[in-house]
Design a binder for this molecule. Structure first.
Ligand SMILES: [Zn+2]
Length: 220
């Protein structure tokens, strides 16, 4: 079964344009064109080819100047229009393709969150209630976050400086191993859940940087 089947245009003007493209010759003679249609392209018998050429001449789709055939002005304009439309269509396809690829490669907050939060801290993170978290973000553009978690009568502090890429927090969960791997403890996870709820753009921006540029971040 053929992968690709092409049927030449059925209307005479488009058929002539199609033949001109296939021939790759700007100025054929009548015998050249007849030969092409019947022998090279095997589209019709020589008598049918002759008939088609006469019809095209009669309809002034092609003109015969000193035994050289040329596309009429009308068909030349149509050819330019078709080429332009085709170029635009290709351009649009490329833009759509690029857009699709961008969507596929754009990660969400949840993608980064899954990457940075160790599996073993997942449930502990979600046990911390959002109402127990206080966020202090004076100006999201400065990327400064101070978070406080009040849990079991204790106050746990987290400070983040997104511009200088410094994170200050210490607890037993944030072992030296996790610190050097720039992973989260349940407190950091909870702070980011709250940040995502209140300042989603800042939350994504910080988390993206903490995953994609993790070696630039300093945990202290
Ligand atoms: Zn912690």
């Amino acid at each position: 079964m053929p992968i690709f089947q092409f049927v030449p245009p059925s209307n005479l003007p488009d058929f002539i344009l199609y033949i001109w493209h296939c021939m790759g010759k700007e100025s054929p003679s009548i015998p050249d064109l007849r030969f092409f249609l019947s022998f090279r392209a095997k589209l019709m018998s020589p008598s049918k080819a002759q008939e088609l050429i006469e019809n095209a001449l009669h309809d002034r789709l092609i003109v015969n100047k000193n035994n050289i055939l040329q596309l009429s002005d009308t068909l030349q304009t149509r050819q330019v229009g078709q080429e332009q439309a085709e170029k635009e269509r290709i351009q649009q396809t490329l833009v759509q393709q690029a857009r699709k690829e961008k969507v596929l490669t754009t990660k969400t907050f949840n993608d980064y969150f899954r990457e940075i939060l160790p599996e073993e801290y997942k449930s502990k993170t979600f046990l911390i209630k959002l109402k127990d978290i206080q966020l202090n973000v004076p100006d999201p553009a400065s990327e400064q976050v101070r978070g406080t978690i009040i849990t079991e009568g204790k106050s746990i502090e987290v400070t983040i400086d997104g511009k200088r890429k410094i994170l200050s927090h210490s607890c037993d969960f944030l072992t030296s191993q996790y610190q050097s791997a720039r992973k989260f403890c349940p407190h950091l996870g909870a702070i980011f859940r709250s940040l995502q709820k209140n300042f989603p753009d800042l939350a994504l921006c910080l988390l993206q940087s903490m995953v994609e540029e993790k070696t630039k971040w300093q945990y202290s």
